[in-house]
Design a protein around this ligand. Structure first.
Ligand code: PMP
Length: 409
């Protein structure tokens, strides 16, 4: 693989030039939100300047243009993730809403006592809390596939848990805390052998590696625009067409109906059936452009660059006696982020010192509280990388950490 021209890429992100107290920002909080290149910002501002209008129901030119752009964004996403077509691509607000859509539309209607929902111990709260609630409301049991001491899923335990009672397996593709890349194709196969469905949370996978939902075989797959160089306010739920056809919507209103009388209503075609009300049109335009931008660079090169950054950070942090890193060693099943703790310094304190050096990382439980309980720490500091990060930035992180250590000593 030809390596990236990172300096040229950085020029498309004016925000990376920002300085705080005379120090240029070192942005290593990409697992929370990535930065947005000029082309995406421009595409969204062109939309507002030139063809802003409501979609679907317009006869006039502007509405036709906006509708076309909105529909084409679905086609672009479908093509990007290997879905069969726009019918399988529902735009939501984010990954969290995509989880909730399936939980409400499918889970509440289909689950009951005797069913099990199988999650993993490394689920993000977006899936963990949602399915927990559906379990409480329906009487279905929630079970968790164990994370072993290396930070990987215990697949023997997965084979034990996934059985004829299992209705759905919901698993994170890449852990936002451990960085583990899970065998989601294998989990999906296990689910299918038991006539269960699979829901894959791809919030940390789609931004930085080639993902083909058909190859994985997933029934549902979710991700967010704002973690893949796109805007906030838009997320994706992929679902197999026959499943989405069979599912009832859980949000109702205009734009999603076929026929309405005072007595009853029927639903429109996919994917609009699940997108009532005025959708995120500018955001869809932005997401489309973000995908163009990512593919122009190449998802395999993005993956390679991010893994190189993470490995460089991992190796330097690993060399420090008082740093504990969570998750698997660098390799094919580890993605581009590193969560760690420095001695017994609280992650919030450490992160606040790093901020004094304009190094932006995240401290907290990263919406995986039960996993942190299991790790035996209340919080961790997470450095997460993207296509525009450099080795120098990793070195700045490590240098700031050295200074922080002296401060806390
Ligand atoms: N799942 C994972 C693995 C995540 O990392 C995140 C974002 N932290 C989410 C779900 C939720 O994404 P959003 O906030 O965009 O809904």
């Amino acid at each position: 693989l030809e390596s990236l021209d990172v300096e040229a890429i950085r020029e498309e992100f004016p925000i990376l030039q920002r300085e705080f107290d005379g120090q240029q920002v070192v942005y290593l909080d990409n697992a929370a939100t990535t930065q947005t290149p000029d082309s995406v910002v421009d595409a969204m501002s062109d939309y507002y300047r030139e063809y802003n209008a409501n979609v679907h129901r317009g006869i006039h030119h502007l509405s036709q243009e906006a509708s076309l752009a909105y529909e084409q964004a679905h086609d672009r996403v479908a093509d990007f993730i290997g879905a069969d077509g726009r019918e399988e691509v529902v735009f939501t607000k984010n990954t969290t809403e995509s989880e909730n859509l399936v939980a409400y539309s499918w889970g509440l209607n289909e689950l009951g006592p005797g069913d099990t929902i199988v999650l993993t111990e490394m689920e993000h709260h977006a899936s963990l809390v949602t399915w927990q609630q559906i379990g409480e409301r329906t009487g279905a049991d929630v079970e968790y596939i164990r994370v072993d001491e290396t930070g990987r899923l215990d697949m023997d335990h997965a084979r034990e848990l996934i059985d004829d009672d299992t209705a759905i397996v919901s698993a994170v593709h890449v852990s936002n805390t451990l960085g583990t890349v899970n065998p989601v194709g294998e989990l999906t196969d296990l689910a299918h052998e038991c006539d269960a469905f699979s829901f894959i949370d791809g919030a940390q996978a789609v931004p930085n590696r080639p993902v083909d939902v058909t190859e994985i075989g997933a029934d549902f797959y979710a991700f967010s625009g704002h973690k893949m160089a796109g805007p906030t306010g838009i997320g994706v739920l992929y679902g197999k067409q026959e499943l989405l056809e069979a599912m009832e919507p859980y949000l109702y209103g205009g734009g999603m109906i076929r026929k309405v009388t005072f007595e009853e209503s029927t639903w429109g075609d996919l994917p609009w059936k699940f997108e009532p009300g005025t959708p995120p049109i500018a955001e869809a335009v932005g997401l489309h452009t973000a995908i163009d931008w990512l593919e122009e660079i190449g998802m395999d090169r993005i993956q390679a660059h991010e893994e190189e950054m993470a490995r460089y950070a991992y190796d330097q942090l690993e060399a420090e006696d008082d740093v504990e890193i969570y998750g698997p060693e660098p390799g094919p099943d580890r993605g581009g982020l590193v969560s760690f703790n420095l001695a017994d310094v609280h992650a919030h304190d450490l992160t606040s010192i790093l901020n004094d050096y304009a190094v932006a990382v995240r401290a907290g439980d990263h919406c995986t509280q039960p996993l942190h309980d299991k790790l035996g720490v209340p919080a961790s500091t997470r450095a997460s990388f993207y296509v525009y990060n450099t080795r120098e930035e990793v070195e700045q992180l490590v240098a700031a950490l050295e200074d922080a250590r002296e401060l806390f000593a």
